[in-house]
Design a binder for this molecule. Structure first.
Ligand SMILES: [Mg+2]
Length: 233
């Protein structure tokens, strides 16, 4: 159990916090890799896709007119685990198609939806901060195993606000949330993210869900959202 007082807003990470790391790595990424070839060929001229392919050609230095060359570049980036904007955008489009077809649902740990609702009922506003794009965040929660959870969230942040291991990112989030930093609780599994948030004077708590996560002794930790006692301001 860990207790937090004077809370007005909660900012939560996704992977390793609300959702399993393996869902992203063993379901979403392989799905995008498997369907990238067909998706690019079928949507080569669609404006939203063409716009991203312009960027793939520019950043990768490959022939814009060659679907083969563009697809190879995208698959190389996936294999190298590169976080490149047009790749993330195209993956997001493929994942959306997968959610729409019911190929999978967004994973959330069993207690998460009920706890999020409870905190909303206490008048606490909820936000997401993840290195996945805002579009991908909305998909995980919008098509989750517990139904559409997006009405519970007041806002979403991705790396456009800054890196997750930089204190300035959390300062920027606090400004957007418009609450004192000390009334904002940040939840994550990654010690370096907790340190950055704590440096920005947020309250922090580590989720240790047993996916090989290293315990950060400097901060409170819980094994699930059920062990969080939140007292609103
Ligand atoms: Mg995480």
């Amino acid at each position: 159990m860990a207790e937090f007082n004077g809370i007005r807003a909660i900012v939560t990470d996704i992977e390793g916090t609300t959702s399993s790391i393996s869902f992203v790595h063993e379901v979403l990424f392989p799905y995008a890799a498997k369907h990238m070839d067909a998706f690019i060929r079928e949507n080569f001229s669609a404006p939203a896709v063409a716009e991203q392919l312009d960027e793939v050609a520019r950043l990768g230095g490959v022939d814009r007119k060659s679907p083969d060359a563009l697809i190879k570049q995208l698959l190389d980036w996936i294999a190298e685990d590169k976080k490149i904007t047009p790749l993330k955008a195209l993956q997001g489009m493929i994942w959306r198609a997968g959610y729409d077809e019911g190929a999978y649902k967004g994973h959330v740990y069993p207690e998460v939806a009920e706890r999020l609702r409870h905190w909303r009922e206490l008048g606490i506003r909820l936000f997401v901060y993840s290195s996945g794009s805002v579009a991908a965040q909305k998909q995980i929660f919008g098509f989750s195993e517990a139904g559409d959870l997006t009405p519970l969230f007041s806002g979403y942040f991705d790396t456009r606000v800054g890196g997750k291991r930089e204190a300035d990112s959390y300062r920027a989030i606090v400004r957007e949330v418009s609450e004192p930093a000390s009334s904002v609780l940040f939840l994550s599994d990654v010690p370096a993210e907790l340190s950055a948030a704590a440096e920005a004077e947020l309250q922090v708590c580590q989720l240790v869900r047993g996916e090989g996560i290293e315990r950060q002794e400097a901060y409170p930790a819980v094994a699930s959202f059920a062990d969080l006692v939140i007292k609103p301001a």
